[in-house]
Ligand binder design. Structure first.
Ligand SMILES: [Zn+2]
Length: 158
């Protein structure tokens, strides 16, 4: 899916890497003639590309970004205590990932735009929640689950 560039850094070999708002990184090397990106060499060029969208395949693979850590979890919910908000379309904040842990029973997990998928979660199948992607859950039988939230330790300090 498309994610916005929020910053840049250089890797150990001095190649430029774009930092995306999902927490993933993507190389934006200047490699003529096939990948000419002369703009990445200059500070002004990089600044101009802040906010530009890149296709993030790591989001498509539901991989929680490197270096992320859990920082908060919800109480254990059962059928009569699931907040209404979780059962209709909602999202996490920018850069915040989640893992839905089902302890018992089965939970229907629907992911909306851009994925439009639906899976059944249980003890053996966790649900990955992507930042800013609308989703909702619905109990299928007697279910108990909690949600764990992950973000980069950098923003834990802020
Ligand atoms: Zn991503």
């Amino acid at each position: 899916m498309h994610r916005s560039i929020v910053g840049f850094h250089q890797d150990l070999e001095q190649h430029w890497v774009a930092e995306l708002d999902c927490g993933h990184c993507q190389h934006t090397r200047h490699e003529p003639p096939f990948f000419p990106r002369p703009w990445v060499i200059t500070a002004a060029g990089r600044l101009e590309h802040i906010g530009q969208l890149l296709n993030c395949v790591l989001c498509d693979r539901q991989e929680i970004p490197d270096g992320y850590a859990p920082y908060r979890r919800t109480p254990l919910f059962s059928n009569d205590s699931i907040p209404k908000g979780l059962q209709s379309r909602h999202t996490t904040q920018k850069g915040v990932w989640g893992i839905i842990h089902v302890q018992s029973g089965h939970l229907q997990y629907r992911i909306h735009d851009p994925y439009h998928t639906q899976i059944i979660l249980d003890r053996d199948c966790q649900g990955i929640v992507l930042p800013e992607v609308e989703h909702e859950v619905k109990p299928i039988d007697n279910v108990e689950f909690f949600v764990e939230f992950w973000k980069t330790p950098r923003s834990l300090i802020e």
